[in-house]
Design a protein around this ligand. Structure first.
Ligand code: MZP
Length: 498
């Protein structure tokens, strides 16, 4: 056997040291843009994210709702593959066909219809917004606008009339298409709507656009209306049914695939990557691996990115069940070094994704500093309204369900398959709850603020800059205690660490 001299380590065992912060190194100047597919030196990567976040290939995390919400924030979801090809394709199609606006007539929908009705309409039409007019045309009298946010934040109230959602999530407004800009502004003010009015050449109201959408389309806000651009979406595949699944996903317009496996250092992965590369013009990531040998094997097989991480997921019991895995930080550091050396040698840059084990927001910054180009998270996203799972009240707290792909609930045997009898032979993950945390956008904004702020402390305005400038120190278990509240009595009555 080969023995590694160093123990394998994870994010919590490290801290970043500040570098000089220059006056222009402020959060507003930090760019979190990151490549997620391989590219040649001096070339622009074919796919980049505006924020370095991917949601996990899991039933409890990535369906079409999560994919749309995360793409709107600049990240990407990989729709889970542990479902039939037809169901997965339908989810991908819904993301690709999703549009921002839709007009129905009053006879189809009025404020007395329920949120469930709106949901059904939007689901059917792949739209985020329903504008209700009296005659069903954009020129008609505008009776109301209901956005997907209304029903997604009100899942528990699907059977209430939409008119009840005037506050606090109100996006249902009354007015007339053809009202003037100043009347529209009065309306926005009166209902405290976070909207921007779009007016025609005569300063008449044509449409209301929600500010979050508007901010991303400042240059040409009109491109938002019945808009041909589609959101970017990924999908998980396995090494068993790829000859059936991949053509269907490609046909549905998927942008990028990833082979979802707990151990990607295998000949099955090589075959799958090579099949996709030989037959389709679609990007494909592979994994998961935990060392440079696994990384190089997948790179040489043709992978566009490589996913790193074995056994570190919050719901994962692979290390307990099988004794395989590696501390996430050690895996990442070694693979990032191999990625950089390969780039130096060949001029080909292969991005790496740190998958699993992110507990605190600073772990994301640490992963990026250690060389990750983006992170994949399950637990983080499962907590939000947009995840596909049930929200429950347990005691005084709201929680959401979150189960592992290798649990008896998901039974994603293909993820763990090593040939032989088909099926999940034993569990490698648990079925659990995570604390409910609200909407994705608010949480993501908070997380990115923390990352940007830390990057400024480190004197870095880009992820590449952070990777080259970061100074990282290992911390002793005693200094870990020093890092939290200690030696005080907390106001909730509990004792802090001593
Ligand atoms: P986390 O963000 O919840 O810590 O980890 C999410 C990651 O755990 C997923 O992206 C996937 O790689 C991994 N996962 C999913 N199911 C299992 C399992 O059943 C698992 N063991 O390890």
């Amino acid at each position: 056997a080969h023995y590694y001299k160093e123990p394998s380590r994870t994010f919590s065992e490290f801290l970043l040291l500040p570098n000089l912060t220059t006056k222009d190194c402020i959060p507003a100047n930090v760019d979190l843009k990151t490549p997620i597919v391989k590219f040649q030196k001096d070339e622009k990567p074919a796919i980049e994210l505006n924020v370095p976040f991917a949601s996990a290939v899991m039933q409890a995390v990535s369906d079409q709702h999560m994919a749309i919400a995360l793409a709107q924030c600049g990240g990407i979801s990989f729709i889970y593959g542990s479902q039939t090809v037809a169901d997965q394709v339908e989810m991908v199609r819904k993301v690709k066909e999703y549009k921002a606006g839709f007009v129905v007539s009053r006879s189809n929908l009025t404020p007395n219809h329920t949120l469930r009705d709106v949901l059904a309409l939007n689901e059917r039409n792949g739209h985020s917004t329903v504008a209700v007019t009296d005659d069903g045309t954009p020129k008609g009298k505008l009776l109301g606008i209901v956005t997907s946010r209304d029903y997604r934040t009100s899942r528990d109230s699907l059977d209430k009339p939409v008119s009840e959602f005037m506050t606090p999530y109100s996006s249902l407004i009354y007015g007339t298409l053809g009202t003037t800009l100043s009347e529209a502004n009065d309306l926005i003010w009166e209902h405290k709507l976070n909207c921007v009015p779009i007016v025609d050449g005569d300063q008449n109201l044509v449409y209301l656009v929600f500010r979050k959408d508007y901010d991303r389309h400042k240059e040409n806000p009109l491109e938002l209306l019945d808009n041909n651009k589609s959101y970017i979406v990924g999908a998980g595949i396995n090494t068993k049914d790829y000859k059936e699944r991949v053509p269907a996903l490609v046909e549905a317009g998927v942008d990028i695939l990833v082979i979802d496996s707990s151990d990607g250092f295998s000949e099955w992965q090589r075959e799958t990557v090579q099949y996709v590369k030989a037959n389709f013009n679609v990007k494909i990531g592979a994994g998961n691996v935990a060392d440079k040998e696994g990384f190089m094997y997948l790179v040489e097989s043709g992978a566009d990115f490589v996913k790193v991480g074995i056994g570190g997921g919050s719901i994962c019991i692979t290390r307990e069940q099988k004794g395989i895995g590696r501390g996430q930080a050690s895996a990442l550091i070694e693979i990032a070094e191999a990625r950089d050396a390969y780039f130096e040698e060949t001029g080909t840059y292969v991005p790496i994704c740190s998958d699993g084990g992110i507990v605190h927001d600073y772990h994301i910054t640490m992963a990026l500093a250690m060389g990750a180009n983006f992170v994949m998270m399950g637990r983080y996203f499962a907590r939000f309204d947009e995840s596909p799972t049930k929200k429950l009240k347990i005691g005084n707290n709201y929680v959401k369900e979150y189960w592992a792909e290798g649990s008896n609930r998901a039974r994603n045997w293909e993820r763990y398959d090593l040939g032989g009898k088909q099926g999940l032979l034993f569990e490698e993950g648990v079925d659990s709850y995570v604390p409910y945390a609200g909407g994705l956008r608010e949480n993501l904004d908070k997380t990115t603020s923390k990352i940007k702020s830390t990057m400024c402390n480190c004197g870095a305005k880009t992820i590449r800059g952070l990777q080259s400038e970061a100074r990282i120190t290992l911390v002793s278990s005693t200094s870990l205690v020093e890092g939290g509240a200690h030696d005080v009595i907390l106001k909730d009555g509990s004792m802090s660490a001593e």
